[in-house]
Design a protein around this ligand. Structure first.
Ligand SMILES: C[S@@+](CC[C@H](N)C(=O)[O-])C[C@H]1O[C@@H](n2cnc3c(N)ncnc32)[C@H](O)[C@@H]1O
Length: 237
């Protein structure tokens, strides 16, 4: 190896060592870190929760339009899979009222505690059950929900076809699954975390078909995310 090649390699190593903490910081700030090749929550959960709940998020996330599109009625049962800060959970509580039921489901106990505290602060009657999920199961009771809502969570799930096939028994006979997630291309802009875990819309539709679902409705008003509704090919028994 020539002397100049050795100097170039040394320089590259120095740059890599200098850049690594800066990249990690960026991931951490915006909501995602890598652990053994998997997408994980950032370690600073407090600032992550603030990020998920921030008012600026409404501009692209359009929560009121999402709730309207889902056509929820009082009395329905909704599971918010990967409820995070409760950004959508609280809106579901309002839509289905205390006559309905909301399941806040997350793998992170601190997330569930945060949602509970925020509901209590609102002093609004609610019927919410908190479920500490397993990474491969939401642990929902059989025939418990009219809607399983999954926003920005599918890219956290492994073996998605198996996961969603196993979830069918938790749906009521006319139950559906609504999935919102970021486009893995430039439409989602700079998310602050690497996009290689994101799932393309067509890939997800194919995975859901494998799991036993068909695409029932698609909404196109979110600028950075697809928004798909699926129903099981065969009604859950
Ligand atoms: C990007 S946040 C989205 C939070 C919320 N859905 C929202 O849109 O504001 C992802 C959430 O999914 C949770 N999560 C990750 N893997 C999960 C799994 N296998 N089951 C349930 N929740 C999961 C994380 O703990 C985190 O709260």
């Amino acid at each position: 190896m020539t002397r100049s090649a050795l100097i170039s390699i040394r320089l590259l190593l120095i740059i890599a060592l200098w850049a690594a903490p800066a990249l990690a910081q960026n991931e951490h700030r915006h909501g995602g870190q890598e652990e053994q090749g998997k997408h994980r929550n950032p370690t600073d959960l407090k600032s992550y929760l603030e990020h998920l709940d921030s008012a600026e998020r409404d501009q692209d996330q359009k929560p009121a339009q999402v709730i309207e599109a889902l056509a929820l009625k009082p009395g329905l049962a909704v599971a918010d899979l990967g409820s995070g800060s409760g950004y959508f959970t609280r809106r579901f509580v309002e839509a289905v009222t205390a006559d309905g039921k909301v399941y806040a489901v997350d793998v992170e106990p601190e997330m569930l505690e945060y949602v509970k505290a925020s509901l209590e602060r609102a002093h609004q009657p609610y019927s919410v059950e908190f479920i500490l999920a397993g990474s491969d199961s939401p642990k929902l009771p059989t025939k418990s929900v009219d809607l399983l809502f999954v926003c920005n969570v599918v890219h956290h799930l492994e073996n998605r076809s198996t996961y969603f096939a196993n979830v069918i028994p938790a749906l009521k006979p006319s139950g559906r699954v609504a999935i919102i997630d970021f486009y893995p291309d430039k439409r989602s802009g700079n998310l602050g975390f690497p996009k290689h875990h994101l799932v393309a819309r067509d890939t997800l539709v194919a995975e859901m078909a494998k799991a036993g679902y068909r695409l029932f409705r698609e909404h196109g008003f979110l600028p950075k995310q697809y928004f798909l509704e699926f129903v099981p090919e065969q009604a859950p028994h």
